[in-house]
Design a protein around this ligand. Structure first.
Ligand code: PLP
Length: 278
């Protein structure tokens, strides 16, 4: 299995890091997950753009230009044989240096990316999922896809321990996003979601949802809703690169709408699959 690094392509088992690596010691880095359908990257431009935005926000230099990044990622996919459905994981850190909080001098960033088979979770998409709410204790710069995922990890584990698939996070009573997804509420034929401020990660699937809503003249309203509004929702759903579009049937003990995947959710799932040719 070949991987891409800042030094070029190498075998997966050839990659090694000194133990003083800033991604490991400080979570000082950013990452991306990109979906591969039928041997092609999905929403590649959006993901590459976001990677560069995340890196710039925390002043990490990307070792390649955007054009090179596109070329190398294509080459990575060509060099590996993956199944029909797969994903790419890429991470970029500030580099390896003796442990000290401030940015190290004359140190170049570390990057690696690999592709891996990854099946679609058709059952969750079809049947819908249960969720739990949890206070969003994260920092104010959640628009950066940072390696610091501890609050997200704890939130997802909390969901799992409560028999749920996702944790819906709220800050000051307002739903921000999921532990690894964006969250939407549908009421009277309108789709509501938290605006793409610094408090959430602007999802690549979210962008696509916005586009699909526009095409179908479904009002897409970037307005945060409150946890209490969930009782009045007709439908809810979550989106992410790996989960795609998940109907949310339950939030804590509350059933959403009639407790079945909603009409608009189903329509968006259909449009998303059509658009992605899956
Ligand atoms: N919000 C968070 C916190 C995430 O981790 C993710 C993705 O994993 C998303 C939103 C959805 O982003 P995307 O649609 O780009 O996968």
């Amino acid at each position: 299995d070949l991987i891409l690094t800042e030094k070029g392509f190498m075998q997966q088992n050839e990659l090694s890091y000194p133990f003083e690596e800033r991604g490991l010691q400080f979570g000082d880095g950013v990452y991306e997950v990109i979906r591969i359908y039928q041997g092609n990257y999905h929403l590649l431009n959006e993901h590459v753009d976001r990677l560069f935005r995340s890196a710039e926000a925390i002043k990490i230099e990307v070792p390649f230009s955007k054009t090179e990044m596109h070329e190398y990622l294509s080459e990575l996919l060509e060099k590996n044989s993956v199944a029909k459905d797969a994903k790419l994981y890429l991470q970029l850190t500030r580099g390896s240096a003796p442990r000290s909080h401030e940015f190290p001098l004359n140190v170049s960033s570390n990057l690696y990316a690999y592709v891996k088979d990854f099946e679609r979770d058709l059952e969750s998409m079809r049947e819908g999922v249960a969720t739990v709410t949890l206070e969003d204790i994260r920092w104010e710069w959640c628009y950066i896809k940072s390696l610091n995922l501890l609050p997200n990890v704890l939130a997802k584990q909390h969901a799992k321990e409560h028999g749920a698939k996702e944790a819906i996070l709220y800050k000051e009573g307002m739903v921000t996003e999921g532990s690894s997804s964006n969250i939407y509420l549908v009421r009277d034929g309108k789709v509501y979601t938290h605006p793409a401020t610094k408090r959430i990660l602007g999802g690549c699937v979210r962008m696509k949802i916005q586009e699909l809503c526009k095409e179908k003249e479904i009002p897409f309203i970037e307005e945060a809703f409150q946890v209490e509004d969930i009782s009045y929702a007709d439908e809810m759903f979550a989106t992410s690169t790996t989960a795609e579009i998940l109907p949310i049937l339950k939030v804590d003990t509350v059933s959403v709408g009639d407790g079945e995947p909603g009409k608009i959710t189903r329509e968006l799932q259909r449009l998303y699959e059509k658009d992605a040719h899956i």
